[in-house]
Design a binder for this molecule. Structure first.
Ligand code: NAP
Ligand code: MG
Length: 500
């Protein structure tokens, strides 16, 4: 059965796929200057979904000019904060109203379960827009009591700070949470009064384009949000463009370093959310009823294609065998299938490239001497499915322990309570997240302080909230997104000092 004939498919999704995707530049939907397009695929079958415009440097340049014009002189540059609030809130409402459509489109383009996408990707994106809608009216400077050591005796001053938008923000996002990453980036940038040029990942351009339609519908002035679908060269053009004041990137550490290089020309502000190889630590006194399913979800959520994935599972030696076997048994029960099947818990990887990459790591792990308690190979013979894989008998030097695999693969290592776990857990170039499972609250908080990670979750994993800052230590990134902290990435402080 072809996708278009699938009876579960919402008519709006069918409709969207029947058009080919265009670029959103200055409020118009336009073709790429070259007229070129590229296909996007359903990873469950490899079937082509539709074509989208193939933006290159020239298109990025037009989008940056449109964003600049909207920032400098438009209804947007004169808008009141509470009007900005209402526009951004409206995006949240429209996403909630169309959650099923966005969820199905995300499932088709990325491979994840439509049901999960509807709740996690779309539901949370709506929450992100509403949360930052609220921030639009709450961005404040401060008044400062100055001493002015060189001023004459008796002189008086009134000093204060303003928090102003940075300007045109280039935002480059990955394929693992396509809509959600767009929301994390766009919502705070708009709350602070910036304009945006968004470059979605080549594998998953569709929900960003559908989101683009909502900005028009909500009543945003043209040019405030521009969307350019393309490949790495379009991302590079965004990062290097002199008309871009800030670049925000989520993706691999490798490309993150290229962004830093490209940003040098005009010293644009840079924030980076990069990879991880996060430790998930299970103490022998953990409540196994929650620690087993929680630790499974830690590495398997989103098919392991999550930057926070808890893929180094450290288990206290007293329970190592029992615990890893329980996780492996639970992994073997997971229902694998296409994202549109409501029974599916684990879908395909996003692309042939990602499938090849994960397969290579499986082969390397086995060749190094690791043993798969479950999985270790492809599932089925079509699409990009990999069986959930639990490796034991691993050594810290193995590539499956050191490198980000971005697939449904975990490496389990025992630790000894006397020696502690921090040294092993911190032995990584990354520092994005960590999990801790124990019934001992002092041990939990002590261990949280010892781990080098931007987020630490205790007796849960992936405990995200829009109000909580998120970002990486070490090579996992620069800056913090979400919460109040991201507002500082999208504003700059102006100091004003008046002699009275
Ligand atoms: P990536 O190559 O870092 O791509 C992320 C984004 O950057 C995409 O939009 C990509 O465009 C764009 N890009 C590629 N080259 C660029 C360049 N030279 N300058 C500016 N932008 C550029 O990540 P990926 O290929 O999607 O995934 C590869 C690995 O990255 C994964 O296996 C995983 O380890 C890591 N990753 C991490 C996260 C995270 O949240 N931390 C998310 C996704 C992936 P194209 O799509 O056209 O390449
Ligand atoms: Mg696709």
């Amino acid at each position: 059965m072809t996708i278009a004939a699938d009876p579960v498919l919402h008519s709006s999704v069918r409709d969207f796929l029947s058009r080919s995707g265009k670029l959103l530049i200055g409020g118009e939907w336009v073709d790429a200057a070259s007229g070129r397009t590229f296909p996007t695929y359903d990873p469950a079958t490899g079937e082509k979904l539709t074509e989208v415009a193939h933006a290159e440097a020239e298109d990025v340049h037009r989008a940056v000019q449109a964003a600049r014009a909207a920032f400098e002189d438009s209804a947007w540059s004169r808008i009141k904060p509470n009007q900005r609030e209402r526009l951004i809130w409206r995006i949240g409402d429209l996403l909630s109203e169309r959650a099923e459509v966005f969820g199905q489109l995300e499932a088709l383009d990325n491979g994840k379960s439509a049901g999960i996408a509807q709740v996690v990707d779309v539901g949370w994106s709506a929450d992100v827009f509403r949360y930052y809608a609220g921030w639009a009216t709450k961005i404040e400077g401060s008044t400062v009591n100055v001493s002015m050591p060189f001023a004459p005796e008796g002189a008086q001053f009134h000093a204060y700070t303003l928090r102003e938008p940075v300007g045109v923000c280039g935002q480059i996002i990955p394929w693992n949470f396509p809509l959600l990453m767009a929301a994390w980036k766009i919502a705070p940038a708009l709350a602070a009064g910036n304009t945006v040029v968004l470059k979605p990942a080549e594998q998953t351009p569709l929900t960003a384009l559908l989101l683009g339609e909502l900005f028009e519908e909500a009543g945003f002035p043209p040019g405030v949000v521009n969307i350019v679908t393309g490949f790495g060269d379009a991302g590079a053009a965004v990062a290097a463009h002199d008309g871009v004041d800030k670049v925000a990137f989520t993706g691999s550490t490798e490309v993150g370093k290229l962004i830093v290089d490209a940003a040098k020309g005009n010293l644009k502000k840079v924030s980076l959310e990069l990879g991880g190889k996060s430790p998930n630590v299970v103490f022998a006194d953990a409540d196994l009823d929650i620690a087993v399913p929680g630790s499974l979800n830690a590495w398997l959520f989103n098919h392991g294609q999550a930057c926070t994935a808890g893929t180094r599972l450290y288990v206290e030696d007293a329970i190592f065998e029992e615990f890893t076997q329980a996780v492996a048994d639970a992994a073997a029960q997971v229902k694998i299938g296409p994202g549109l099947d409501p029974a599916t818990q684990l879908g395909p990887l996003v692309s042939q490239e990602q499938f090849d990459r994960v397969s290579r790591y499986l082969a390397e792990g086995l060749a190094d001497g690791a043993r798969a308690l479950t999985g270790g190979k492809r599932w089925g013979d079509e699409g990009y499915f990999i069986e959930p894989t639990v490796f034991v008998d691993v050594e810290p030097r193995f590539s499956i322990v050191r490198e980000e695999i971005f697939g449904p693969v975990v490496a389990a290592l025992p630790f000894n309570a006397e020696q502690g776990v921090a040294a092993a857990a911190n032995d990584s170039d990354y520092g994005l997240a960590a999990g801790i499972w124990t019934r001992d609250i002092s041990k939990a908080h002590r261990t949280a302080r010892e781990l080098n990670a931007g987020s630490v979750w205790i007796n849960q994993y992936n405990g995200f909230d829009t109000a909580l800052p998120f970002g990486g230590f070490k090579q996992s990134g620069w800056g913090r997104e979400l919460g109040a902290e991201v507002i500082s990435l999208y504003t700059q402080t102006k100091t004003v000092n008046v002699a009275l």
